[in-house]
Design a protein around this ligand. Structure first.
Ligand code: ZN
Length: 428
């Protein structure tokens, strides 16, 4: 019997479409070799021989994808939230990231990050590391061993940052990145490299051009930041005066969808031209609501991106976001969308619970392929949730229990089971 072939029994919820939540009380999720064969009210005859893991009255939902997170910023999460992006980078982020030159510190910090991510609701994540290769490789190795599916990026920076994080020049940055890719491109089954120009201001034209060539050579995905803050956008226009918009800088160098599967964090202030470019190139948006709040960046117009058909998911953006929980991220996404609707644009109605759940699971999960749902053919990433600690005298149906868990997970919710591509992770 394949260890990844079994049936999970519980109150099963998953997204079929953006506004369509499927709920099966006391249902059966059939997993064959790590792949879903569907959810049923009774076990179909052909699967009768599979072992059943009965989770009783608990909730069973797909694992979540954190589409944008900075592992080296984990140590100062919840600190230094009184600055806007560019000052915050110089005051808090760059000094902390400089410490990852020291492998001993990096090992200590990354081990805590990986341990906590393993216990979180995220089964998949798209992660920034730093410019430091030994520390980045340590992070990749630990994530792989934890059984989580991730993309990890060694960061590229050759200008406009503190000396301790600046790679000598474009050539040095590219040589180091090529060496890192030779070492890690095929090394880990669960952890894959992703090209990671930090953001346009810290990357020279020759560096971005070289990264475009590396992208082609290795067929790599790309992650970066886009249009998070108005000062940042003005700065990009100064640095790349020929560009028609911020996204055009990445596009010019072959790092913006089309050739490369690409995810851009934030997109809070994207112009019409930029939105059109994102749409045309299939660029993913990683919406990071808590970070939008903490760094006073503004609110990304997620309703617009959904209506335009731009692929979108959610990110914690630690430590711009303070919290690793994707449940908190969903609640924040709903909350800021209400403020956006009320204060910025009344034609963009707020996100519903179903939509936020879709973004955290199937929406962001699609960056990894068929993940984030229990529909037939999807990889089985699953969470088993115990909500008995979130007490109430009221009788709730399964959908209400899920909604409440999204808002109150930290109050008494507990993840008691976690599966990634059909493999159960040991959480204790
Ligand atoms: Zn970020």
């Amino acid at each position: 019997m394949n260890e990844k072939s079994f049936i999970i029994r519980g109150n099963i919820c998953y997204s079929e479409a953006r506004e369509q939540l499927s709920v099966t009380d006391r249902g059966y999720l059939v997993c064959c070799k790590g792949i879903s064969r569907g959810v049923y009210p009774v076990i179909p005859d052909e699967y009768r021989d599979l072992p059943v893991k009965d989770y009783g009255d608990r909730l069973v939902i797909p694992g979540m994808t954190d589409l944008h997170v900075h592992a080296p910023q984990y140590p100062f999460r919840g600190l230094g939230m009184d600055l806007e992006l560019l000052d915050w980078l110089n005051t808090h982020t760059f000094p902390e990231e400089s410490r990852y030159a020291e492998l001993e510190y990096a090992e200590k910090a990354y081990q805590i990050f990986v341990d906590d991510l393993k216990k979180s609701a995220s089964t998949r994540a798209v992660i920034f590391a730093t410019i430091h290769i030994p520390a980045t490789e340590f992070l990749m190795k630990q994530l792989d061993a934890a059984g989580l599916k991730t993309y990890v990026g060694k960061v590229n920076m050759d200008q406009n940052c503190t000396d301790t994080l600046r790679e000598k020049d474009a050539e040095a940055s590219l040589d180091r990145t090529a060496a890192w890719l030779r070492e890690t491109a095929e090394k880990y089954p669960n952890t894959r490299p992703i090209l990671t120009p930090r953001f346009a201001p810290t990357c020279s034209g020759p560096l971005l051009e070289g990264l475009g060539k590396l992208q082609k050579k290795y067929g790599l995905p790309v992650q970066s930041h886009l249009s998070e803050n108005l000062s940042e956008i003005a700065w990009v226009q100064e640095l790349f005066p020929w560009s028609s918009c911020y996204g055009n800088v990445y596009e010019h160098y072959g790092l913006f969808g089309k050739e490369a599967k690409t995810v851009m964090a934030h997109c809070v202030h994207s112009s019409d031209r930029e939105v059109e470019l994102m749409k045309r190139n299939g660029v993913y948006v990683a919406h990071c609501p808590q970070s939008n709040i903490n760094l006073s960046s503004g609110i990304a117009p997620i309703r617009r991106y959904l209506e335009e058909g731009i692929p979108t998911g959610l990110g914690t953006d630690m430590a711009g976001g303070a919290n690793m929980s994707m449940f908190r991220c969903m609640a924040d996404a709903i909350g800021v969308s209400k403020l956006y609707w009320r204060l910025a644009d009344q034609s963009r109605k707020p996100l519903t619970m179903e939509e936020a759940f879709f973004l955290a699971t199937k929406g962001g999960g699609s960056f990894f392929g068929k993940t984030g749902s229990f529909e037939e053919g999807y990889e089985v990433d699953a969470l088993v949730l115990d909500d008995s600690g979130i007490r109430t005298a009221k009788e709730l149906n399964t959908k209400e229990r899920l909604e409440r868990y999204i808002y109150l997970a930290e109050e008494g919710g507990q993840i008691v089971g976690k599966y990634v591509a059909g493999k159960e992770l040991l959480l204790s």
